[in-house]
Design a protein around this ligand. Sequence first.
Ligand code: ASP
Length: 309
Amino acid sequence: MNTQKIAIAIHGGAGTILRSTMTPALQVQYEQALQAALDAGYTLLQAGGTSVDAVAAAVVSLENFPLFNAGKGAVFNNLGKHEMDAAIMDGKTLEAGAVCGVANTKNPVLLAKAVMEHSEHVVLCGAGAEQFAAAQGISSEPDEYFYTKQRYQQWQQALAEDRVQLDHTEKKFGTVGAVALDAAGNLAAATSTGGMTNKKYGRMGDSPVIGAGTYANNHTCAISCTGHGELFIRSVVAYDISCLMEYAGLSLAEACDKVVHDKLVKIGGEGGLIAIDKLGNIELPFNSEGMYRGCKNSDGLNVISIYKD
Ligand code: ASP
């Protein structure tokens, strides 16, 4: 039995997250939600569970928290509907599962996991994904479950101004994600999102695109992104970090720095990501004002952060 380090990192979105616009009470809510998600994943890792199960458990916890833009708190599209995207990847086998444009699925990450584990496909979209969810016994919820007043008001405002908005405040991305290293030395990543407020019906972001918003490979790293999806897809962000490690010999920190603070910045790609390598090194880089984030490992590390400083 390998007694190596176990570790997990999570995010709840990046963007213009400033102390000046946060109330103390709200900050406590966010911090508690992040800690609960970290603990949900870490408890599984401690019990010898797989990194795949750990990232799924952490993301489920974040999806159930209404203030993050995933699952219950997913934003409205331009038709006033919720269309969610999610993905999961196993770094040991390079198996992956993803869903896009799903409505009514309580926890899209569990549907992505079912696609990975119980279908011969990697990505299922819309009605076909929902049909598969029903066949797999994945929990669904009525439209009202996904209604939150705050999201509705944001959508109404975006609709009135005829613009597509990244989550609820300007330039704030609320996607959630997790990456983990388990006791057997295996990496995994998962990401889940409601996308962008007032996005066009049928728009898919980077989260369910393997290699863009989500990627895991035991030889390099596991990555989950949050940010302006179109630019993250065009930059193939998650796989680019893996490639810089595999082909150019960069460390996790160097590869993250290159992609987040140089390459993405040059094309105007605002956002961030969480990353972990096979040694349990963790990086949480972002080029925005803040990113809801946290990490925990078997060396006693337990950090929750929101702002840049
Ligand atoms: N990356 C997500 C998307 O474009 C948005 C986010 O991170 O909040 O769908």
